[in-house]
Write a protein that binds this ligand. Structure first.
Ligand SMILES: NC(=O)c1ccc[n+]([C@@H]2O[C@H](COP(=O)([O-])OP(=O)(O)OC[C@H]3O[C@@H](n4cnc5c(N)ncnc54)[C@H](O)[C@@H]3O)[C@@H](O)[C@H]2O)c1
Length: 401
């Protein structure tokens, strides 16, 4: 789908200064398919850092703004064929809603990092703003851009597993095993500060990834859960670990386990789904393999690559090269950027997927559902009943992709 007449979607970035983690991943991902172009940024509140990052990105000094408010105002005043069309929000969580809302109000599409907000109450008004704006809103749940995650989802949709009975998802990390936040580590500092991170720590940071992946692939909706959160690092203010039992409205049971104090683990996101006719399992650290175990028949290993047999169109559409040359995390994010760019260029309405939704990209509805998940987990953790019903605000019924 390389149409030379199409323009590169111009985007600006808020956050992602020198020393930040995910901003650079976004820039590499956005550049990968040549469908977007970074035209401006406000990368850091530190003026020198901001300037240096702009220089590294080869931006003219006048398009590197001292703060994001100035960036939105100044860009809106530029000629339509010059100004940015979309903002990528890659700051810590506390700024996601404020920047996204202002960007939408100023006429810009938004691609925002997860979690969409600090809590559900903060996120809900954003849904109204997205609807009122008529603009696109995507959420950077990177793992939902992996080709074999789409393969797994499609296999479930086609009934290859039969009715789903059991879903296990886990996301163990070990990097917060000590109180890194008191050593000057900035990623740890804001993630463990409720004012900047949100109502939950590990569950908000990586539990939302695990939850989103489980619902996305299974097509199921968690209907009730029983959660226990822990703080293992003494003096930490937010959960760094949690275990959840859940049931889905469609009749499955499952577990969701998250930890940032699991010694030696890094990004071990793993999903296992068991159906009446077969099972699937996928590990983020080995994203190019998907194991399928039919009830009667030999185990099969699906392998990523445009030349690999057995892959569904939705997986092939998200691959670039033949098998054996690994594609990974950056390519998964690039798939979300590519779909954002295509939606922004297209005149087609995405109304069927909810206001602002972009086919192929996690939506605001998904973000709200992630926030409802956190809300339900916190309620369950602090309550005494075994099962807590999933809190489902109207806007959070989950988008169809
Ligand atoms: N999708 C994923 O897989 C994934 C992975 C990691 C992080 N994240 C999310 O990305 C976001 C950022 O995480 P990170 O690890 O990159 O954090 P980070 O601390 O490394 O980077 C945050 C950046 O935002 C900048 N910033 C803060 N306030 C700003 C402001 N007012 N104006 C301009 N810039 C500002 C900081 O200077 C820094 O450059 C978080 O919401 C996090 O949850 C997502």
């Amino acid at each position: 789908m390389n149409d030379s007449s199409k323009h590169r979607v111009r985007y600006g970035m808020v956050g992602g200064g020198e020393g930040a983690f995910i901003g650079q991943v976004h820039r590499m991902a956005a550049a990968l398919d040549g469908e977007l172009e970074l035209v401006c940024g406000s990368f850091s509140r530190d003026g020198d850092n901001n300037r240096r990052t702009g220089e590294r990105c080869s931006l003219p000094a006048k398009r590197v703004y001292a703060d994001w408010q100035e960036m939105l105002e100044a860009e809106a005043a530029l000629p339509a064929d010059e100004r940015m069309e979309m903002v990528a929000v890659v700051t810590p969580n506390h700024l996601h809603v404020e920047i996204s809302q202002t960007a939408l109000d100023t006429g810009f599409h938004v691609f925002c990092e997860k979690p969409v907000a600090r809590d559900l109450a903060e996120a809900l008004p954003l849904a109204e703003r997205v609807a009122a704006s008529g603009l696109r809103f995507g959420l950077a749940h990177t793992y939902l851009g992996y080709p074999l995650v789409w393969q797994a989802r499609e296999m479930v949709r086609r009934g290859r597993l039969g009715a789903i009975r059991k879903i296990h998802v886990e996301y163990p990390q070990g990097w917060l095993g000590t109180r890194l936040e008191s050593t000057g580590n900035r990623q740890a500092a804001w993630r463990t500060d409720p004012a900047l991170s949100g109502a939950s720590g590990a569950m908000g940071d990586i539990g939302t990834h695990a939850f989103g992946l489980a619902e996305f692939v299974s097509g199921h909706h968690v209907s009730e859960l029983c959660a226990s959160l822990s703080i293992h690092a003494e003096g930490r203010r937010l959960d760094d670990d949690g275990d959840i039992l859940f049931r889905t409205a469609e009749g499955a049971s499952g577990t969701l386990i998250v930890s940032q104090v699991a010694t030696g683990e890094d990004n071990g996101l793993k999903l296992r789904i068991y159906g009446e006719h077969g099972a699937l399992d996928w590990l983020q650290k080995d994203p190019n393999h998907l194991r399928f175990t039919p009830l009667s028949g030999p185990q099969q290993l699906f392998r990523a690559g445009i030349d690999q047999p057995g892959l569904e169109t939705v997986a092939l559409d998200r691959l670039r090269i033949p098998g054996g040359h690994p594609e990974g995390y950056i390519e998964a994010m690039a798939n979300l950027y590519r779909d954002m760019a295509r939606a922004i260029r297209s005149d087609e309405s995405a109304a069927a997927d909810g206001p602002g939704a972009v086919p192929g990209v996690p939506s605001l509805a998904d973000g709200l559902r992630g926030m409802a998940f956190i809300e339900t987990v916190l309620k369950s953790h602090s309550g005494t009943t075994k099962w807590t019903r999933f809190i489902t605000p109207d806007a959070s019924q989950g988008a169809q992709r």
